[in-house]
Design a binder for this molecule. Structure first.
Ligand code: GLY
Ligand code: MN
Length: 476
């Protein structure tokens, strides 16, 4: 019987997709000599201020990738040796149905993902304990929610510290090695999310003017994400203080002469992310100085885009972009010395303290919970130096990677003061000239790209205005 559906009717890929993904994962683990059980912890509802007042529900991305089921209260195992997948969960009680509506049974949901077996949640511990008692390996991924830590403790007896030391690196590597390469059906989903994100940015460009608040812009772009997808892929950054990289304060009123920075993306109904940034003048036009710095940031952006192709290390592209920023700022006297050296030594980071971009997929920073070293560095160590330490992606690019390009130019007063007082990079930075930009703020553009066998393709079917002229035209 069709119920009065009050739950979200999620879309899934075909059951073959999930069957094949799990089979590939098992094959990869076996290939690396691994045996035992793979444990997948789905996410639960999380109370915001009391149990029944929950945060918007978000399923774990790895659970979504291998099982596709967008419901709370589930966990799963895949037996590497027997190739059997089992989902553990409890059916709704009559109280659940009275308050939240009916849902398909767990068996019905699992059929859509080709899952072999279903069991009540209480059986998960038995299942794991039986494996451990036989001396079998139980592979688990890093916990990023407190309840993951509690569950792993309950299932395996390992306290928190021992859990981090016993995360299954082969499991992490196999998952990353699959999720890093997006399939054509995933690309379609990402492009849908990017298209919604473009509409959010176009709306921002149309609406920013003196007298409205940052909160109004944040609300307008959030409305688009909610109307057209499942919501936001991360909290909106809508600010007249673009120099603060992740600025979630929305209390300012826009004033004539301000620069407005929006960094916002939608998550589509299948939970794939879009992630775009734009900068627009609050007045009808950029000031001459704003346009000059905007054009430099765009030059850096296009330098990054032009360099995208398989085989090129993203770290090299980051350095090339840093060098471009240094050369352009040298042309107006803020930088001295050789721009390539400014980039390699890390002096550029006073203007561009973050990374050029990151992988994107089911998570906006894809699989950050599994470790950037595995996702973006292929196991190689990450630099701890200011600037380079925020580069989330460094490895050579390969077809199927989806990533963002988001260089910016930022004037952060506290950083300028600190470095000046420390005399840091005095040979590369002209602090007297930099001082003059202390009140400028910061700006960036951001787009999402797929690496293709012969280069790259910008994702999305809609165009986000990029040049200063295009942005101004959008405001008319
Ligand atoms: N768009 C937010 C970030 O990439 O960190
Ligand atoms: Mn980003």
């Amino acid at each position: 019987m069709e119920s009065h559906i009050t739950y979200k009717n999620t879309t899934m890929f075909s059951r073959e997709t999930y069957i094949q993904r799990r089979a590939r994962l098992v094959a990869d683990m076996k290939y690396h000599g691994e045996t035992g059980l793979l444990l997948f912890l789905g996410n639960d509802e999380a109370g915001m201020n009391y149990t029944d007042n929950t945060y918007p529900y978000r399923q774990d991305s790895t659970f979504l990738y291998f099982f596709g089921i967008d419901s709370a209260g589930l966990s799963a195992t895949v037996d590497i040796d027997e190739g059997i997948s089992t989902v553990f969960g409890d059916e709704l009680t009559i109280d659940d149905i009275v308050w939240m509506g009916s849902q398909p049974t767990i068996r019905e949901k699992c059929d859509k993902a080709g899952v072999d077996r279903t069991e009540p949640l209480s059986m998960l511990k038995d299942h794991v304990q039986r494996a451990l008692n036989k001396g079998r390996m139980v592979h688990f991924l890093p916990a990023y929610r407190p309840e993951h830590t509690l569950k792993i403790f309950d299932l395996t007896g390992l306290p928190e510290q021992a859990q981090s030391e016993n995360v299954s690196i082969p499991f992490v590597k196999s998952v990353v090695n699959m999720r890093n390469y997006k399939s054509p059906e995933e690309i379609d989903q990402i492009e849908e999310a990017v298209d919604i994100s473009v509409k959010m940015h176009q709306a921002m460009m149309r609406m920013v003017r003196p007298g409205i608040s940052e909160a109004e812009v944040a609300a307008a772009v959030t409305e688009i994400a909610l109307r057209e997808g499942s919501g936001l892929s991360f909290p909106v950054i809508a600010t007249v203080n673009g120099q603060t990289l992740h600025n979630h304060y929305h209390g300012n009123t826009l004033q004539e002469g301000d620069l407005f920075l929006l960094d916002a993306g939608a998550e589509n109904s299948m939970h794939y992310a879009g992630d775009l940034s734009s900068t627009a003048p609050v007045s009808k036009h950029f000031t001459q100085q704003q346009r000059m710095i905007y054009d430099m940031a765009l030059h850096a952006h296009m330098t990054g885009v032009d360099a995208l192709r398989p085989g090129v290390a993203f770290r090299e592209i980051h350095l090339k972009v840093a060098e471009t920023i240094a050369a352009d700022l040298k042309s107006i006297g803020l930088v001295t010395g050789d721009p390539a050296e400014v980039a390699h030594e890390g002096a550029y980071a006073i203007f561009f303290p973050c990374g050029l971009g990151h992988m994107m997929g089911l998570d906006v920073h894809d699989m950050e919970n599994l470790g950037e070293v595995w996702v973006g560095y292929d196991g190689h160590p990450k630099s701890a130096t200011f600037g380079f330490k925020s580069l989330r992606l460094a490895r050579p690019l390969e077809p199927g990677f989806v990533l963002t390009i988001e260089p910016g130019i930022y004037f952060i007063p506290e950083l300028i003061d600190l470095w000046r007082n420390q005399g840091k990079f005095k040979n590369f930075l002209n602090y007297d000239e930099i001082e003059k930009f202390k009140g400028f703020g910061g700006l960036r553009n951001e787009e999402d790209y797929l690496i293709t066998p012969d280069g790259k393709r910008r994702l999305g079917h809609l165009y986000k205005p990029m040049t200063a002229d295009e942005v101004e035209a959008m405001k008319q």
